[in-house]
Ligand binder design. Structure first.
Ligand SMILES: NC(=O)c1ccc[n+]([C@@H]2O[C@H](COP(=O)([O-])OP(=O)(O)OC[C@H]3O[C@@H](n4cnc5c(N)ncnc54)[C@H](O)[C@@H]3O)[C@@H](O)[C@H]2O)c1
Length: 255
């Protein structure tokens, strides 16, 4: 129960990595504010948490709307009085060649601007006054190297890496730790769902993972929870790829 008496916000917690992370933090004692654009999905996450004996509160809405972020953070502070952990997880991916890509604004706002909006709102309202806090930004290995046909995603996730380092450097003085997880290919709706990746492309990606398989949402959630915990009390500014060894494979040659 390493998060007893702590309050956490998890964005995009209606599915995938965010949902499992919210459940894991709650199972270890945190009261979790569950955000998702899909209000029914957020409600289902809360039902699961409560069914397992945990506590949660819904803050459905669009993470890319800064006004909403400020209001939602104020609501969590009004109801729970503190915010110890922020997991900036919500993200979308749009696949198109760079020359045809039109979703630039939506992807950048959802994946990158949102993380700045929520970090700023939580820091000002809760973490700077309390002189403590842990922010975990979910980037991607697409934040460390380019993948074709996902220019908005790649640029947004590179931005998340820079955001993490900037905030870690600026807010260390307030006792706020800011770290970043870069998942490799992980089995969620984003990859294996109906609007996920083309199966041939997915197989080709998996073939380039030294561990020979996709990661699970649970494996990403465990890493996020570790970074949120006191066990990581001297970690800040870390950009951690959780990718089955994929980023180690620079040669392009598999055994
Ligand atoms: N699955 C992977 O292979 C993988 C790899 C690298 C990084 N990631 C990152 O992990 C994070 C979670 O991805 P996932 O695989 O769990 O995806 P997912 O699609 O399973 O879940 C994402 C959730 O975010 C919500 N969401 C989308 N836009 C939102 C918005 N504007 N406001 C609030 N909620 C919104 C969706 O409704 C959904 O519930 C994302 O940031 C993604 O880029 C995933």
């Amino acid at each position: 129960m390493r998060f007893t008496d702590r309050v956490a916000i998890v964005t995009g917690a209606g599915a995938g990595i965010g949902k499992v992370t919210a459940g894991l933090l709650a199972a270890q004692g945190a009261i979790v504010a569950v955000n998702d654009l899909d209000a029914a999905a957020a409600a289902a996450t809360i039902d699961d948490i409560q069914a397992n004996g945990g506590q949660a509160l819904a803050i459905p809405g669009d993470v890319a709307d800064e006004g909403f972020a400020i209001e939602a953070v104020a609501e969590v502070m009004r109801v729970l009085g503190r915010i110890d952990i922020l997991v900036n997880n919500a993200g979308v991916s749009v696949v198109a060649p760079a020359e045809d890509f039109v979703a630039w604004d939506r992807v950048l706002r959802t994946n990158l601007y949102s993380q700045f909006f929520w970090s700023k709102a939580v820091a000002k309202a809760a973490m700077i006054p309390a002189a403590r806090g842990a922010i975990i930004n979910v980037a991607s290995i697409a934040g460390l190297a380019a993948v074709p046909n996902q220019i908005g995603y790649v640029v947004s996730k590179h931005g998340v890496v820079g955001l993490t380092r900037s905030l870690a450097v600026e807010w260390g003085r307030y006792g706020i730790r800011v770290n970043c997880v870069c998942p490799g290919i992980t089995a969620t709706d984003l990859t294996t769902g109906s609007s996920g990746m083309d199966p041939a492309r997915l197989s080709a990606r998996i073939a380039r993972v030294p561990l020979g398989r996709m990661g699970t949402a649970q494996e990403q959630a465990e890493t996020i929870a570790f970074l949120a915990s006191d066990e990581a009390s001297y970690l800040s500014g870390l950009v951690l790829n959780n990718d089955g060894g994929q980023m180690a494979l620079h040669s392009g040659v598999m055994m």
